[in-house]
Design a protein around this ligand. Structure first.
Ligand SMILES: *Cc1c(COP(=O)(O)O)cnc(C)c1O
Length: 428
């Protein structure tokens, strides 16, 4: 599970010297494989439960290899029709599966962070435009300003992208014991007399508890105050594709933008995220550019929906996994991950001295095994044991062992073996 080689080991195995001349490419690939082997972490494993990452579905992996081999610069509709056609299809299918407005635009970005960035850039432009300010033309200096409200348990990437956007730190809205934003507090803060244009950032899937913000109430309140509502659903948005978990995202379709990863719950390789904006014109206003050498198409070009101009054709693997799984397969993927998390929660709760701290509603389980020192010791033993990869974290000021189920290939047997290892680690 954990690598046996350090960074220095891998450097030594590859050799630090820049060769003075050419090497046969096949020889280089052999050298690379031998040199890096020990430094690889078993992240594609069905027993990797660290962070919130996701595995790689075989159809997506093969499509990703082809994406590199085909080497399309996927920005322009008329220049790369294959990539654009597949992106158009994947866009339509994703919106359909998630139950989001079919006219929304989907930008294929590198991940959740850039999806949040792209959506919040659109949000910034839209709320300032409503206040009569053109941020594209006149910048932020001298503008009416934008206030951004987010829950105390938002993902840190929200703060990061607000820095990119020159909007500063968000104002924090209190959350409940599961990390869900409190709509009553949100209303109080929105009604405090601050007249600046406002953006509210909600969350579908808390990285510790898996919890979802109460979208129906929170979006209604935010819209009452004229706010743009963005939903960060990096791993959690795909609950919307499962009839069994759809209730978690009830009402989220009323938001203005949504960010999700394809490289997490959807199990495509890195790096792939989806920036979804209800009003395509607003996204285009934030992200498009002009170049006399670009061959524009009236139907809209893929580059107009993302921060990058040149980029790989990220939609190929997204289309491939959706084409392979179909509607029911995506639902089963989501239900499988969440079902395994449920089994983990039940298994851990039965261990002497262990306690699951969160309501396990989706794919995340946060557990303690006694005091902080004891929990950290269990985390350490699990890593040393190597049956599975689970990470530690801190949630609500307590050290926790966090299990995140996000790989399509995890089996019941993987969960059983990991629970055995946990029992041993907790007992030892
Ligand atoms: C992972 C995650 C992000 C960041 O996504 P990246 O793909 O790592 O950039 C943002 N928000 C949430 C809730 C996440 O889980």
């Amino acid at each position: 599970m954990s690598p046996s080689a350090s960074v220095a080991d891998v450097v030594a195995a590859l050799g630090a010297e820049l060769p003075s001349g050419p090497t046969d490419p096949a020889g280089v690939v052999d050298l690379l494989v031998k040199g890096v082997e020990g430094g690889l972490t078993a992240m594609p494993s069905g027993r990797f439960f660290g962070f919130v990452i996701g595995g790689t579905h075989p159809a997506a992996l093969a499509a990703d290899w082809l994406t590199s081999a085909w080497d399309q610069n996927a920005g322009l509709r008329t220049v790369t029709p294959a990539a654009t056609a597949v992106e158009d299809l994947a866009e339509t299918w994703v919106l359909d599966l998630l139950g989001l407005h079919p006219g929304s635009a989907v930008g294929f970005v590198t991940g959740g962070t850039m999806a949040n960035f792209t959506c919040l850039a659109a949000a910034r432009g839209a709320v300032l435009a409503r206040a009569g300010w053109d941020v594209g033309q006149d910048g932020l200096v001298g503008s009416p300003g934008v206030r951004v409200l987010a829950g105390t348990e938002r993902h840190d990437s929200v703060d990061l992208v607000l820095r990119y956007l020159g909007l500063g730190a968000p104002e924090l809205v209190p959350a409940d014991d599961q990390g869900r934003i409190d709509p009553v507090a949100l209303r109080r803060m929105l009604g405090d007399g601050d007249e600046r244009p406002v953006v509210v950032v909600l969350q579908a899937g808390n990285v510790h508890s898996g919890a979802y913000d109460p979208f129906v109430e929170a979006i209604a309140v935010a819209h009452e105050y004229g706010a743009w509502v963005h939903v960060d659903g990096a791993f959690g948005l795909f609950a919307g594709a499962s009839p069994a978990y759809r209730h978690l995202v009830d009402g989220y379709e009323a938001a203005d933008s949504w960010a999700t990863d394809a490289h997490k719950t959807l199990n495509v390789p890195y790096d792939c995220g989806l920036a979804i904006v209800r009003d395509p014109a607003v996204l285009r206003a934030a992200m498009s550019m002009h170049g006399d050498y670009l061959i524009h198409d009236d139907a809209g070009d893929p580059f107009e929906k993302v921060p990058e101009l040149s980029r790989r054709a990220r939609a190929f693997p997204v289309w491939a996994v959706l084409r392979s799984l179909g509607r029911s397969g995506v639902a089963e993927l989501v239900e499988g991950l969440a079902g395994h998390a449920r089994t983990f929660a039940d298994g851990i709760a039965a261990i002497d001295g262990a306690e699951v701290l969160n309501d396990v509603v989706f794919t995340q389980v946060c557990a303690v095994f006694g005091d902080d020192a004891r929990t950290r010791e269990v985390v350490r033993r699990m890593l040393a044991d190597g049956t599975a990869w689970t990470s530690g974290s801190v949630w609500h000021d307590r050290a926790v062992l966090r299990i995140s189920v996000s790989n399509w290939s995890t089996t019941d047997g993987d969960v059983d073996r990991t629970l055995d290892a946990l029992r041993a680690a907790a007992a030892g």
